[in-house]
Design a protein around this ligand. Structure first.
Ligand SMILES: [Zn+2]
Ligand SMILES: [Zn+2]
Length: 475
């Protein structure tokens, strides 16, 4: 009988071991694993472990398995030193492997087994030893006992599998457990079009119109707000506001029936392209981080209203346009592209804003989820609470939500103008703008005007008084 038991023992060990190896797949980080925090010069930070490097960038793998690219120049002193060391080391190792032409995609054996597995494994062996001692004087090993033993071992096997499968799959966001997070109900009633319409109403004009069908609420706009722009920018790319054709089929689309996402997609590692929300004045709201992972507000790229212009001379916000509350009152100041409303600093009933979850919102008293704009990161959306469709032509972090309206660049994108601060912006006529900037004590200007036929004429006067003219025809 001892022999039978030994055979059983061996069989179960082999079974558990082989299936355990088979069960291991998914991302590298399990919940609770400590990630390195990388500090930026501007005081911000990001968590993630070094994965690989290019010449001037490090690529970090974050908790949710997503990758983020960090230009090392933005890192604080100590982390910059570490990043340089990692880049050097990475280059050396990479070179060695290339030279030896080693192709090995196998994960080392010991990496595939975790400590919990050994725990269950040890318990199985101890119980088997105990049973074998108990049974050694019995004439035979009863079928019932055999079934009990197998069931128990199967239970341990399932535990062993579970311990390896709770590794978070790549591309999902781990919910941060907090006492204040409300689990939303899975079905949401369709947003009333009159509710969305009322939020846009104060801003309707010749340049902002709305319509809807069964699926979407559509907003046509030229993307130019009625408030002033550009003043306050201290890190300027030389782009200026030009009306955009967010009209016809290139309008903004807000889903009327939001659906909760199984795993809200984080704005920290996604949506570096395109808008994440549309403000009720028809100006798109982009991710708070720019495509270099920097908080554009903190690095001086934004004006006093939280906006600036992109490479297509398209004006957009990166911070929350909380100033719209002066016109909007308690109504939403924006709608995220997942269909949920974005409120300002107060709840819709005028009370103080309640605690926000990791998506930067919560379920309101009407049982519907909404976001809030705040003066700090992530400003508008922390992660997309509602399901969104990702543009298959883009990859994280520079991916984007579709449908979305696109800009129509008029001229080639320019480069940053070092040391320039925008001090004034005005409209001398109904079809011209004058931007004034300073570098030190010297003043430069960009004056531009346009015709009804979309012919744009620019006069650039640099800080030394040198003038350059350019004209562009918008197609
Ligand atoms: Zn921008
Ligand atoms: Zn709220």
């Amino acid at each position: 009988m001892r022999n039978v038991l030994h055979l059983n023992n061996l069989f179960i060990i082999l079974l558990v071991l082989s299936l355990k190896l088979h069960a291991h797949e998914g991302g590298h980080y399990s919940q609770g694993e400590i990630l390195k925090v990388w500090h930026f010069k501007n005081g911000q930070s990001i968590s993630g472990n070094f994965l690989y490097a290019t010449k001037n960038e490090i690529i970090l793998e974050q908790k949710e398995g997503s990758l983020v690219k960090i230009p090392i120049v933005i890192l604080a002193k100590n982390d910059l030193k570490l990043a340089r060391f990692k880049i050097k080391k990475y280059a050396e190792i990479h070179q060695q492997y290339t030279q030896r032409n080693i192709i090995n995609n196998q994960v080392p054996f010991f990496e595939m087994i975790d400590i919990r597995f050994f725990g269950y494994f040890l318990v199985t062996i101890l119980i088997l030893l105990w049973l074998s001692k108990r049974l050694k004087n019995q004439a035979y090993f009863q079928p019932l006992q055999r079934v009990a033993l197998y069931s128990f071992c199967l239970g341990l096997f399932i535990l062993a599998c579970k311990s390896s499968s709770d590794i978070t799959p790549a591309g999902t966001t781990i919910a941060i457990t907090g006492g204040t997070t409300t689990t939303p109900s899975t079905s949401i009633s369709k947003t009333s079009t009159s509710f969305i319409d009322s939020a846009f109403t104060p801003y309707k004009s010749a340049n902002l119109a709305i319509k809807w069908d069964d699926t979407y609420f559509y907003v046509s706009s030229n993307g130019i707000p009625t408030h002033n722009m550009m003043v306050g920018i201290t890190s300027w790319q030389q782009q200026v506001p030009i009306a955009q054709p967010y009209t016809g089929t290139n309008h903004w689309s807000i889903p009327l029936a939001p659906v909760y996402a199984a795993s809200p997609v984080s704005t920290k590692t996604n949506f570096m392209k395109g808008a994440v929300a549309l403000a009720v004045n028809g100006v798109p709201i982009f991710n708070a981080l720019n495509n270099r992972g920097e908080d554009s507000f903190l690095i001086g790229e934004l004006d006093q209203w939280g906006g600036h212009c992109g490479k297509g001379d398209d004006y957009h916000y990166h911070a929350a346009p909380l100033h719209l509350s002066a016109t909007s009152g308690l109504k939403p100041i924006a709608f995220a592209l997942d269909g949920f409303a974005v409120y300002g600093a107060k709840e819709p009933d005028g009370t103080i804003m309640k605690t926000l979850d990791e998506s930067h919102g919560h379920v309101g008293s009407n049982t519907v989820y909404h976001y809030h704009g705040t003066a700090d990161y992530p400003y508008v959306v922390g992660s997309m609470k509602g399901k969104v469709t990702l543009d298959p032509a883009t990859t994280a972090p520079e991916n984007q939500i579709i449908p979305q309206a696109f800009t129509n660049p008029l001229r080639p994108a320019l480069t940053p103008l070092n040391g320039a601060s925008i001090t004034a912006f005005s409209a001398p006529t109904a079809s011209s703008y004058l931007l004034t900037y300073k570098i030190g004590a010297k003043t430069g200007t960009v004056q531009y005007s346009w015709t009804n036929a979309n012919l744009f004429a620019f006069v650039f006067t640099d800080v030394d008084g040198k003038q350059t003219n350019a004209t562009y025809q918008r197609k």
